[in-house]
Design a protein around this ligand. Structure first.
Ligand SMILES: [Zn+2]
Length: 124
């Protein structure tokens, strides 16, 4: 009796473990399909000089690493809520690479404005 219960518990635990690993692999596959990364190249920056929309000064080009992705919500829809998740992240804002890929970005330190290109991720 005890051995049967133990065996059942082990099989249920193993089943949940396999399901969890399967769900994780499916999530990684989905993220790879929705977030592409390209190698870094000087051509990526050509013609990409932006003026700050706040003060008009040239914005500093650089990188932003977002962690779990950028979740944007239009003002008319309200702020992202408690249930916002990586599945709602903007395309190309979650890196599955080691070292992580990053988004090209332009920053104005004076105005604290950030312009982000999420057309692609860029990796080494
Ligand atoms: Zn500015």
């Amino acid at each position: 009796m005890f051995e049967t219960t133990l065996m059942t518990a082990l099989l249920v635990g193993l089943g949940f473990g396999i399901l969890a690993i399967g769900a994780l692999l499916a999530l990684v596959a989905w993220l790879r399909r929705h977030h592409r990364a390209v190698p870094d190249a000087p051509a990526l920056w050509r013609g990409r000089d932006y003026a700050c929309p706040g003060c008009g000064a040239p914005m500093a080009p650089g990188w932003v690493m977002l962690g779990k992705g950028a979740i944007f919500s239009a003002r008319s829809r309200g702020r992202p809520g408690l249930f916002a998740h990586i599945g709602t992240a903007l395309p190309n804002t979650i890196s599955m690479h080691v070292p992580p890929a990053a988004n090209m970005a332009w920053h104005c330190a004076a105005c604290r404005l950030l312009l982000l290109d999420h057309g692609k991720l860029v990796r080494d």
